[in-house]
Design a protein around this ligand. Sequence first.
Ligand code: SAH
Ligand code: SF4
Length: 354
Amino acid sequence: MIKPSIYGLTLDQMGAWLEEKGHKKSRATHVWEWLYRRRVTEFDQMEEVNKDCLQLLSDHFSIQTLTEHTRQESIDGTIKFLFRLSDGNLIETVLMRHKFGLSVCVTTQVGCNIGCSFCASGLLKKSRDLSSGEIVEQIMKVQLHLDSLGTGDRVSHIVVMGIGEPFDNYKNMSDFIRVVKDHKGLAIGGRHITVSTSGLAGKIKEFADSDLNVNLAVSLHAPNNDLRTRIMKINKAIPIEKLMDALEYYWDKTNRRITVEYILLKDVNDQPEHALELAELLKHRRNLAIVNLIPYNPVDEHSQYQRSEKDSITSFYDTLKKQNISVSVRLEHGTDIDAACGQLRSKQIKKDMD
Ligand code: SAH
Ligand code: SF4
């Protein structure tokens, strides 16, 4: 039997689990200290923890369920890890270095059912959700790599923007967030965590009502239904009006900013009229929306799309600015190592099939 990852348990869940098995709840805090502060990778490295308790935990859980398959380092310091899950599936995790700290992009599903027409991750249908433990373990693997360098660096930011639709794996994504935010563990602040969704309206409302308190990013990519349906077929089921209604709900409830992601595809959605239409959509909430323009990373299988020219990116940016919309252009990381989501994994799977 494959044992689940111990990282999947929140502190409360571990305490309750131990209590149910006749142990003191407080032992969970002790175990957490060894897991997240001292970062051991074997149960028998946990000193001064009750032996029966450790035996019980190691009978039911595993600390290491991911194995590193490949690692690619970019000249800009970005590292892309390809991990093998215990069932053999491959996922990817990316470490990026910024002025403000170190961020990690995590995967939440094996494949993605949303199937956006430009994305490498959606080329393969979802075969399963990742458990919360498998998502936390990605962060731990990267942190352990940093620890091994001896520089004292810590993962300070998390973006849930790897393979998969996090809101299609809502429960596990929420537990993952609870684990990494906990002050007794990695203590990564909610303002340093961003979850990106393709726009599952019902889940956006649930997220607004939750106590997770992390940032939200929404993949809009087009300012009208015709264009958005062409790029993202999910727009048929959840059109822009429904999505905007969910964003309104989120804004009313939380008063937090939303990052509106917009991939620029040459001659498809990158014209000044698209920028004006986008500005119109957001103008009544201009203080609570920030548009993030994303230069497209070409994917072999989606050859109908090319990256927008520099001039188009600049004029799109300027048009939004003139309309007083907050806007930024996403800095690229690791383009030399296929660091756009899903690209390394899809290439590896192709190689494996050859
Ligand atoms: N499924 C979620 C989160 C993962 S995708 C979502 O779609 O929001 C994270 C971001 O990467 C999304 O904005 C997505 O549109 C973008 N992305 C996907 N493929 C890309 C590519 N080839 N080049 C640039 N950005 C891409
Ligand atoms: Fe899935 Fe996001 Fe890729 Fe769309 S962009 S296929 S939702 S991972």
